[in-house]
Design a protein around this ligand. Structure first.
Ligand SMILES: [Zn+2]
Length: 421
């Protein structure tokens, strides 16, 4: 049976893998991707400076689901985690019988509100409507203040503190990624929806501003170059070309190809959560969401466009994947698909990401129809209900077959044959 939870945690960012730095810090796989939010009656674990939440819930009252059937705007006044009072116009998506709410504002942000934090709630006569790109852009300029400018494209509002050329390059990269993502899944029979809200990307001039913004959302982003925040629905990163003196944008990006991969990774999460491929604040197994983001993340900086194709062998992940599977890993598949535990510990994170990519690569390439069927099952999950390991395993077996040991053997065999590009 699904466990049910409401929460107000800020821990819904996905942080891109930290790039290897000059001082030799090892890269960390840090996406908290789709980690469940903080939940009433949860155990909170702080891992390597990150806040990850492990839901342990029992006896919580069931949720009355009103997901995605948006009513009119309501005026909600509530206490934020920072202890401030917030006055928000939003529509109620989910209402728990204990009075907790999940609401969505016109810019697409999700706000979980626990009952004790709710000060007042008043219906209005105004039907809920997503904000347009112009309105979102105006709001961002007001929020960020002097020194920022906005760039609107078909799907994106890019709000930048750095030079316009870099923002244009990023916006063009995102639109190409969006097109390719959409095309890739449509060709495989997945029904996608157009994003209901403009996709917001924030580009900070310097790392310090980026880190401070992360802190304002409750995330410790030290060492990360970008992240996607599930609740605000924004991606944010900083100018990777800052400090380059020759003005050659592409050369700077080539020198930072791993960081570019991170930006693509985070942008892929944002697209997946806004096109109906994944559902925000629902139970998304991390192997699925992270594996998909990595599947799309290979940049191609040999062309002016910076990114060309998807589903290539990921040269950044392949060595670790091979190494991790070399000695045989009986039972690893079952752990990977039924819990998120391998993604939590700093020791197992890098391998978990590499294996999530390897499993995604294998299933999409060789068992595409079953993968799509599995995707359909997961994206239909209701928000704020967390599956048990048994349910996750059963969902996987329903799509790919009951014999996990055989699937694991086939997977390992296929991975042993993979060669880098
Ligand atoms: Zn991720």
């Amino acid at each position: 049976m699904a466990r049910i939870a409401m929460g107000t945690s800020p821990a819904n960012a996905t942080k891109g893998e930290r790039a290897r730095t000059a001082n030799g810090r090892r890269p960390h796989a840090l996406c908290e991707g789709t980690v469940r939010p903080a939940i009433v009656r949860t155990v909170m674990a702080s891992v390597a400076g990150l806040l990850l939440f492990v839901g342990v819930i029992s006896g919580l009252a069931p949720v009355v689901q009103a997901a995605d059937r948006t009513g009119p705007f309501e005026r909600l006044v509530f206490q934020t985690a920072a202890g401030k009072q917030r006055d928000l116009l939003a529509t109620v998506l989910v209402e728990a019988v204990d009075g907790g709410l999940l609401v969505q504002s016109g810019d697409g942000a999700l706000w979980p509100i626990d009952k004790p934090d709710l000060v007042s709630r008043q219906r209005t006569e105004t039907p809920f409507a997503p904000e347009t790109g112009h309105v979102v852009a105006r709001g961002l300029l007001g929020e960020r203040g002097a020194g920022w400018q906005v760039l609107e494209t078909k799907h994106y509002v890019v709000c930048t503190q750095t030079h316009r050329r870099y923002a244009e390059w990023c916006a063009a990269l995102f639109e190409r990624l969006y097109f390719a993502f959409d095309n890739h899944w449509k060709q495989r029979g997945v029904t996608l929806v157009d994003p209901a809200f403009p996709l917001v990307a924030l580009i900070f001039e310097k790392e310090a501003g980026f880190l401070e913004y992360g802190r304002s959302l409750g995330h410790d982003l030290e060492g990360a170059v970008g992240f996607y925040d599930i609740k605000s629905n924004r991606i944010a990163f900083y100018d990777l070309t800052a400090g380059s003196t020759d003005g050659d944008l592409l050369r700077s990006m080539r020198a930072a190809s791993q960081q570019v991969a991170t930006i693509i990774h985070e942008a892929t999460h944002q697209i997946a959560f806004n096109s109906g491929v994944n559902t925000r604040l629902a139970d998304n197994p991390l192997w699925l969401t992270e594996g998909m983001a990595i599947y799309f993340e290979s940049p191609d900086l040999s062309s002016e466009k910076g990114w060309k194709t998807i589903g290539l062998v990921n040269d950044l992940r392949l060595p670790l994947l091979k190494q991790s599977l070399a000695g045989g890993v009986r039972g690893r598949l079952e752990t990977l698909i039924s819990t998120d535990e391998l993604f939590v510990s700093p020791e197992t994170q890098p391998v978990a990401y590499a294996q999530a990519w390897g499993l995604t690569y294998y299933l999409v390439k060789t068992r595409g129809k079953e993968y799509v069927r599995y995707l359909e099952t997961i994206r239909a999950k209701p928000r704020l209900e967390w599956d048990t390991p048994e349910t996750r395993r059963a969902d996987f077996q329903a799509a790919f077959g009951a014999d996990l040991a055989q699937i694991e053997r086939d997977w390992l065999k296929a991975m042993a044959r993979l060669r880098s590009r």
